[in-house]
Design a protein around this ligand. Structure first.
Ligand code: SAH
Length: 214
């Protein structure tokens, strides 16, 4: 599990590209500079780790594009000590970026057992310790561990799961790509018990958020 100077150089260039594409949050860029994305790629694809694209990670899923990771993380508006729930652990890359903020408490859910097992093992190898890595259905969230100051969904949701809205703390943010074929990046901010602000941030493409486990 080596992070060579070559990797670090490529990563610095990628961070420069993210800046050019409009990512401004220095804490997000700093976190992404810390995470060796090549360790989260499938073998054979490591050379592409610092290309700003999504790549296959098995089980018909993809590791999110770095720009998308940066964009969603920026929208979360993270603050020290926040409890953050991620739906769709996948490769673990987005989880690792959140862990790189030091002060956050991260919970993550994956519904495909193969990816859950593979990525749990990778977290152990990398000594990354999220508060909880759960094999389960992200539509349900984690009611027993709610509320969360931030929830990030990394698969395309046909509809906004009500359970996730209800698990937001007051002032909490849900960042979720909503739609069938293409998704609109959407952020909900909980203003009160039943009061949510909704903003949209343009079109993205995600693998679909699925019901029923494999
Ligand atoms: N955050 C990941 C993105 C992986 S792609 C990364 O950085 O690599 C989206 C992931 O969401 C896939 O792993 C997929 O299996 C998972 N997923 C799809 N539907 C889900 C659901 N209902 N609950 C939890 N995870 C889900």
């Amino acid at each position: 599990m080596i992070d060579s100077t070559k990797h670090q150089g490529q990563r610095k260039q990628l961070i420069g590209k993210l800046r050019e594409k409009g990512i401004k949050d220095e804490l997000v860029l700093k976190a992404m500079m810390k995470v060796p994305r090549h360790l989260f790629m499938d073998s054979g694809l490591e050379d592409y780790a610092y290309v700003d694209k999504a790549y296959p990670i098995g089980a018909d899923q993809t590791i999110s594009q770095p720009y998308t990771v940066a964009f969603q993380t920026q929208l979360l508006g993270l603050q020290d000590g926040d409890r953050v729930l991620e739906i769709g652990t996948g490769s673990g890359y987005q989880t690792a970026v959140l862990m790189a903020f030091d002060s956050l408490k991260i919970f993550t859910i994956e519904r495909q057992h193969e990816l859950f097992k593979k990525t749990s093992l990778l977290f152990k190898k990398l000594k990354l310790r999220p508060r909880k890595v759960v094999f389960g259905d992200g539509y349900k969230g984690l009611p027993e561990l709610a509320p969360f100051e931030a929830i990030i969904v990394t698969a395309g949701a046909p509809k906004v799961p009500k359970a996730l809205l209800s698990q937001l703390a007051i002032g909490g943010r849900l960042v979720i790509p909503v739609g069938e074929k293409e998704q609109i990046m959407t952020r909900y901010i909980r203003k009160g018990e039943k009061d949510f602000d909704r903003q949209t941030f343009g079109e993205f493409r995600f693998v679909p958020m699925l019901k029923d486990r494999n």
